[in-house]
Design a protein around this ligand. Structure first.
Ligand SMILES: Cc1cc2nc3c(=O)[nH]c(=O)nc-3n(C[C@H](O)[C@H](O)[C@H](O)COP(=O)(O)O)c2cc1C
Length: 159
């Protein structure tokens, strides 16, 4: 059976709200991307930690990996941190098991839009993964989030 997986990382809830709306629109199953070691709760400490990680290309270990049995398409959702998706999503997008599957990216942001994320995910994905493109949503997309997602799926030929 063909399955759709909606894998998301969310710190403060925006991306989670978009992921749930995408599950409503597509019927996909949700998978929360969590790190083995939590990020600092304090915003300033988080910024220092995440910037350092980005600069050094440190790989964030994930708490759990999803079951991709029968999964044909994976939506990856992330907040924009410093112009791209978060380090745990880099780990997720690099999984060799994404090979042979369709992948699309949704990024929530505070004003920078998709920024470098589209180029970065193309570099991360394993060979054999088919990248379908991305959508940037400001904040949690507000009341229009379902409409935004449906419109994107239609206009990008994913529906
Ligand atoms: C450490 C950090 C860095 C961020 N950097 C950016 C950025 O460069 N550009 C931007 O538009 N938003 C940035 N944001 C805002 C988030 O992308 C935005 O609020 C997002 O919707 C949060 O998603 P979440 O609630 O699922 O965690 C940043 C937020 C954090 C916590």
């Amino acid at each position: 059976m063909d399955r759709i997986l909606i894998a998301y990382y969310s710190r403060s809830g925006n991306t989670e709200k978009v992921a749930k709306a995408l599950a409503d629109v597509t019927g996909g199953s949700l998978f929360r991307i969590e790190t083995s070691q939590a990020y600092p709760a304090d915003y300033r400490q988080l910024v220092v930690c995440a910037m350092d990680e980005e600069k050094k290309g440190i790989v964030r270990e994930l708490k759990e990996l999803p079951d991709l049995e029968g999964v044909q398409k994976v939506f990856i959702l992330s907040p924009n941190w410093f112009g791209t998706f978060v380090p745990p999503v880099r780990t997720f997008a690099s999984m060799p098991s994404l090979s042979g599957r369709k992948v699309a990216l949704v990024l929530t942001h505070g004003g920078s839009g998709i920024a470098k994320a589209d180029d970065d995910i193309r570099r991360c994905l394993p060979q054999g993964a088919e990248y379908l493109g991305s959508l940037a949503i400001r904040g949690d997309g507000g009341d229009a989030v379902h409409t935004l997602l449906s419109h994107w799926l239609e206009t990008s030929g994913q529906k």
